[in-house]
Design a protein around this ligand. Structure first.
Ligand code: AMP
Length: 284
């Protein structure tokens, strides 16, 4: 496995690979790799000749500078894990090399970002995500890019950007990988104390409760949301950032649940922000 830190070198490498007519899978990450990331890398390795894993804590997608500073960074471990899972190249650019100091070009998906994390974290968050992912696509030239359903809104937004800007690649969305007790794996889980780790489970518990209610016939979103929020508040010292039931296509709030919906939540456990979601089909 090669580690490439320079943008120009990564572009030159991608040009060589394109000449050799090999397929390239790209897995964009912010590092602190865990089984969730590794599942994407393994899938990319199954389906492509070359697998590029980018590790870049993208400063422009953070609305909170403390969150950026506290974001876990574990590069040495990440390199070993990525190689083991099948990465052939790890791309680890420095922020100064990714963004010119007078950078003034940004990519914005206008409507899908006007919901959930796009409201909670501010409009700059998804502009930052789309801009860095568009840059990675231009640098790496992947045939397929792999994203996790864990960040359901992000995956949908990237799919829309790829369609709208005619990026010549396929986006694959892979399932959420959870700990045995259901907690969605996240780099941020590393920052939880043992007690907070227990409390954080309430988010998954709420999603399970919502699923149960909908599958047993509850159609009123507000009723379901209220019970999910009650569940969370009863299970720990957690602040709810948002808890919504939305359309899987537009992310608009759904009032009456007649078809597949996305239950999406974000909470703060201490100062650690966690998100999770679940697709629920009332016909099940
Ligand atoms: P991040 O490093 O958090 O930006 O995540 C990089 C990619 O890994 C994104 O596409 C995430 O959706 C995906 N990912 C993160 N956690 C999980 C998980 N628990 N299960 C599946 N994919 C995940």
């Amino acid at each position: 496995m090669k580690q490439i830190t320079s943008v120009a070198e990564m572009q030159a490498e991608a040009r060589q690979l394109l000449k050799r007519d090999v397929t390239i899978g790209l897995v964009p990450t912010m590092g602190a790799l865990h089984e969730g990331h590794l599942s994407l890398i393994r899938k990319a390795a199954e389906e492509n000749d070359e697998v590029v894993v980018s590790i870049f804590v993208n400063p422009i997608q953070f609305n909170d500078s403390k969150d950026l500073d506290n974001y876990p960074r574990t590069l040495e471990e990440d390199l070993a894990l990525a190689e083991d899972a099948g990465a052939t190249i790890v791309f680890t650019p420095e922020a100064e090399h990714m963004y010119h100091s007078d950078n003034e070009t940004m990519v914005q998906v206008t409507r899908l970002t006007n919901h959930l994390c796009g409201i909670a974290r501010g409009s700059g968050h998804f502009i930052g995500v789309c801009t860095v992912v568009a840059k990675l696509f231009n640098i790496v030239h992947p045939d397929v890019a792999y994203f996790g359903q864990k960040d359901a809104q992000q995956a949908l937004v990237i799919q829309r950007m790829v369609r709208d800007l005619n990026f010549p690649l396929k986006v694959e969305i892979c399932p959420i990988i959870r700990e045995k007790d259901g907690l969605a794996m996240s780099s941020r889980n590393k920052r939880l104390t043992d007690e907070q780790r227990e409390e954080a489970l309430a988010l998954f518990g709420a999603l399970e409760l919502g699923k149960e209610l909908i599958e047993s016939g509850e159609k009123n979103s507000l009723t379901v949301i209220n019970q999910m929020c009650e569940h969370i508040l009863a299970h720990g010292d957690i602040e709810i950032d948002y808890m919504n039931i939305v359309s899987t296509e537009t992310l608009d709030d759904v009032e009456t649940i007649d078809e597949m919906v996305l239950l999406a939540g974000a909470v703060f456990v201490g100062d650690v922000r966690l998100i999770d979601n679940m697709l629920v089909d009332p016909a099940c």
